[in-house]
Design a protein around this ligand. Structure first.
Ligand code: PLP
Length: 298
């Protein structure tokens, strides 16, 4: 059985101190038309989003997702979100999620463009739906290929209008990279800078194991700071491992003692092959990581 839930958020100012947001959240029919044809999110991908994993009705790491939504809004010159309002919207959507795994999506669009009256916005909405089954990726792992992202390591500082650190709705490039990975016989990709450093996957962060140390690329280099990666690093530290952020050359991938793609709904998928070369997979550690990621996390 498939189900879906949607609500429109009427965004209030970030400093609005009210505690009850019920009258700013409007439940809508998820299958009925809801957006104006002038929506800039659909016309230009001009907006931001977050995807939150939900396990047995518990939305995971809500604060980290809301902080990243606010960070993306700042980078995109969108009005600052009222986090208490978005938290209320997430709670309302989570209350609709049945046992098992679901996904809640938060979308903040620049709004609707009208010729005579100008910009009307922002527009915001939240959806909840079942999560796609990730069992195979979590247990069997994924083959990845490396793909040139076409930007060097200095691009995000030199050209902030590329919005590289923002989770914008413009994911056409990320989806094209996944199609290219499929054409090359892999199921996912890892982006590299044009000067040969590891960035992220099109929809996930990369965690690399070297001995007892787990590292991920610096989030300053124009990639998203993954909420799942942050959570996994906390867990690894508690388990006695060390973690860190590094500038990782592409060659580090094939030399890794373990490699994972991690994100909010997939959780942790071990990488079995990079560009055809096989990698060690620690099934026990991966299973423990996913058990942790499936436990309630705030
Ligand atoms: N990087 C990109 C480009 C993503 O799209 C995502 C998630 O969708 C991530 C990293 C991982 O972020 P999170 O762990 O917060 O889901």
């Amino acid at each position: 059985m498939t189900w879906r839930f949607a609500l429109i958020v009427d965004p209030v100012a970030s400093d609005d101190a009210r505690s009850d947001f019920a009258d700013t959240l409007r439940v809508i029919d998820p299958d009925a038309p809801a957006l104006s044809v002038g929506e800039l999110s659909t016309q230009r991908g001009d907006g931001i989003f977050e995807t939150i994993g939900v396990v047995d009705g518990h939305p995971q790491e809500v604060q980290a997702h809301l902080e990243r939504l606010a960070h993306s809004a700042r980078l995109c010159d969108l009005p600052e979100p009222n986090l208490a309002q978005w938290r209320a919207a997430v709670a309302r959507a989570a209350a609709e999620c049945p046992p098992g795994e679901s996904a809640i999506k938060l979308i903040l669009s620049r709004g609707v463009e009208r010729v005579r009256t100008g910009l009307q916005g922002p527009t915001a909405w939240v959806t909840a739906s079942p999560a796609a089954d990730q069992t195979a990726a979590r247990t069997e792992g994924v083959r990845v290929v490396t793909l040139d992202r076409g930007i060097d390591g200095g691009a995000s500082a030199r050209a902030p209008w590329l919005l590289l650190g923002a989770k914008t709705l413009s994911y056409a490039v990320n989806m094209a990279a996944l199609r290219e990975a499929h054409r090359r016989g892999a199921s996912d990709a890892i982006f590299l800078t044009s000067d040969g450093y590891v960035l992220e996957a099109p929809t996930a962060s990369v965690i690399l194991r070297r001995g007892d140390t787990f590292v991920t690329p610096e989030p300053t280099g124009g990639i998203l700071h993954g909420t799942t990666q942050l959570s996994v690093f906390d867990w690894l530290e508690r388990e006695g491992h060390s973690t860190g952020y590094e500038h990782l050359p592409a060659a580090a991938l094939a030399d890794a003692d373990g490699l994972w793609l991690v994100s909010s709904v997939r959780l942790a998928a071990p990488v079995t092959h990079v560009d055809g070369a096989d990698l060690p997979v620690d099934r026990e550690l991966t299973a423990a990581m996913n058990r942790y990621l499936l436990s309630p996390r705030d």
